[in-house]
Design a protein around this ligand. Sequence first.
Ligand SMILES: [Zn+2]
Length: 408
Amino acid sequence: MTGARELSACRACGAQLRSFMSFGRMPLANAFLAPAEFSKEYFYELKPALCGGCGLFQITEQPAPEQMFHPQYAFFTRTSKSMVAHFGAYARWVQTQFAPNFVVEVGCNDGVLLETFARQGVQHLGIEPSANVAAVAEKHGVRTQVAFFGEAVARDVRTRHGAADVILAANVICHIPDIRGVAAGVAALLGPKGVFVFEEPYLGAMIDKGSYDQIYDEHVFIFSAQSVAALFRPFGLELIQCLPQPTHGGSMRYVVARAGARPVTESVARTLALEDMQGLQRSETYEHFRARCERNREQLVGLVRDLRAKGHRVVGYAATSKSTTVLNYCGLGPDDIEFISDTTPEKQGKFTPGTHIPVRPHEDFTRRYPDFAVLFGWNHEAEILGKEQAFAAAGGKWIKFVPGVQLA
Ligand SMILES: [Zn+2]
């Protein structure tokens, strides 16, 4: 576990972190690898915690930065049809609500969200740290700047382009360890009536579903309305709206504005009350979550090994980043799961991080259907089950593990 750093203080407010469990030794979620790389694989300890002060859920050990965002790292939003549709709706919602003249997106990826604004001639700028990903956005007519968003970059953008009416983000703020830098950047760049709109996997949904696979190295934080409100308050910013989203197995869209600049909608009080009822601030909630993870692991491992003992073929469906947490926490390897089917060419022919299960093209799944398939892409269940009706018709069964282990 070289180069990793374990934190005891919250990245947002500095209060003491309360760790409640460990998922053990963990590789980077997206580090699919070739056999020649097995011996030098990087591991850290995946240990989530809750801040005793602001309630921000975060991982305590940070993998060494040079291990992350390696050159072959590339995730393109455009590859998912349902996500493209979602981002189209997201952009239209922002247009209707705020009619911005200048939009900045933090982590614009391949430009799928800003493209709607670009097509309508709205002044825009995507801040994207990965140059090859930004190049794809540029190809789609989206103006980009290759940088990590923080206070200095925000000031520079304001000087050169003016204050932003809307700052946007989607599934990116939870990846940025310097979260105070993000809040300071938003405060520096936003116009007087401007809004910061961002959506991220939601802590309330994760606790509700027991979807512990949301926890991995790239998800430094899993936000709640309470922790978001607390994060921005010291920067003179206020949470004014919360809108639940179905994406990523349960996300929340947050709208933040300068304190007093815009009315706070009743969705904020309602969401905070729901979080209170759910016990998102209580230690017992996380003790239950830990027990639920352990039970889930026991049942999933028990089921898969029982099926294997009876001679059944078991494969995995979708080599997601999330599956890395499940496979390593459960200790499931190639003896348990023959291969994982995935449509991403860069992952095919490689092996899963830590557990070394082969990743094979989708055709290997359809050519000779297995008896059982573990649904690692459970957050796209409807899309997948619709596409794979022939698997069910051939007698194949899905193994689900969220919200609990069951056959479908
Ligand atoms: Zn805190």
